[in-house]
Design a protein around this ligand. Structure first.
Ligand code: AMP
Ligand code: MG
Length: 330
């Protein structure tokens, strides 16, 4: 079977064709770039997606060497995400599925990150750290659902990095630039608030303090280094406790922030102590992409024969992963 996956929850519009063996035949995407110093404007991002979507869709089919006639399933990210952006993906999915009479499968975006990560890394029953622009969650699978073992109480780690970068006038997303700056520090740690409550983390006080620190006469590289060290140590502590509690022998990082080498290094130490194996989603597929949606839609269809009617193909801006029934995992 062949599935066309459409991703449009936030800054990325992506289309991908994936087969039921897990081969990614194409992956085309474009990322909306906000003006320097500002965040995603949902209407501007949706306009970007709308304008580029015909070319991205056409390219995804062309690179996979297929036509719409060859596609069996159209999967689309139905949430959580920004309403105007989600609606662009859903309109395109409904249009092609309706016109070409294809099966239509809505997908939870966070589940997409995990399912594609598991397929690409070979992790079978991992504790998951989902770290992206929209999520900071520690999850483990039990009784048909991904259960939350810790999460952020306010902003996500992606928002922490992006909002810190934007305060300095960088263009969003800023995680990569902050990682590069941090690597130039000689390892001079500047004190920042470390907030962990139970197994949940809180980043908003850290953001305020880091922005304040950057406005003083400190080396920017040292501030970026200290910000990363503090935020990632909080995540590592919560992950270590969850690993110990769940006794999972695998740990997987997914989401855009999984591209960060320092985070992977810290989690590697945690896994060594807890006798678990670390799996890191390949950088190319760590951030938002159509393949995560296509692969998850295929799993859903093969397990449940899900096929929603166009009239029922809604989007949900808020759609928690732990409310999604996953029938194909044990
Ligand atoms: P996603 O929402 O999954 O597409 O992830 C986007 C988030 O990943 C943004 O907040 C980026 O700043 C962040 N990100 C991307 N690359 C890196 C990196 N190398 N280090 C830290 N964060 C990153
Ligand atoms: Mg994402």
């Amino acid at each position: 079977m062949l599935c066309l996956g459409i991703e449009s929850t936030a800054h990325t519009f992506g289309c991908s064709v994936v087969n039921s063996m897990g081969k990614i035949l194409s992956d085309t995407r474009e990322v909306y770039k906000a003006p320097e110093g500002s965040g995603i404007h949902p209407r501007e991002a949706s306009r970007h997606h709308m304008e580029l979507s015909p070319d991205i869709l056409r390219n995804a089919l062309k690179l996979a060497n297929v036509t719409m006639e060859d596609i069996d399933i159209v999967g689309y990210s139905a949430g959580p995400g920004l309403g105007p952006c989600l609606r662009v993906g859903a309109v395109i999915a409904r249009t092609v599925a309706g016109f070409y009479k294809k099966l239509l499968v809505p997908v939870n975006h966070a589940l997409g990150h995990i399912e594609l990560g598991a397929m690409l890394t070979g992790a079978s029953d991992p504790l998951v750290l989902l770290v992206s622009g929209g999520h900071t969650m520690i999850l483990a699978f039990s009784h048909s659902r991904w259960r939350v073992f810790g999460e952020t109480l306010d902003i996500t780690v992606g928002q922490l990095l992006d909002q810190f970068g934007r305060a300095l006038g960088f263009a969003s997303p800023c995680g990569n630039r902050i990682e590069q700056l941090a690597s130039q520090s000689a390892g001079k740690y500047l004190q920042l608030p470390y907030v962990i409550k139970g197994n949940d983390v809180s980043f908003s006080g850290l953001l305020t303090a880091a922005v304040k620190l950057a406005s003083h006469k400190t080396e920017l590289a040292d501030t970026c280094y200290s910000l990363q060290e503090t935020a990632f140590a909080m995540l590592a502590e919560a992950v270590e406790r969850a690993l110990s509690f769940t006794n999972k022998k695998e740990m997987m990082i997914v989401g855009g922030v999984a591209a960060n080498k320092r985070l992977a290094q810290m989690l590697d130490s945690v896994c060594n102590r807890q006798d678990a194996k670390l799996f890191v989603c390949p950088i190319k597929f760590a951030g938002d992409n159509g393949a995560q949606i296509a692969w998850t839609a295929l799993q859903e269809y093969l397990a449940t024969k899900m096929n929603v009617q166009v009239e029922e193909s809604t989007v949900q801006q808020s759609w928690r992963l732990d409310s999604v029934h996953v029938s194909w995992r044990r």
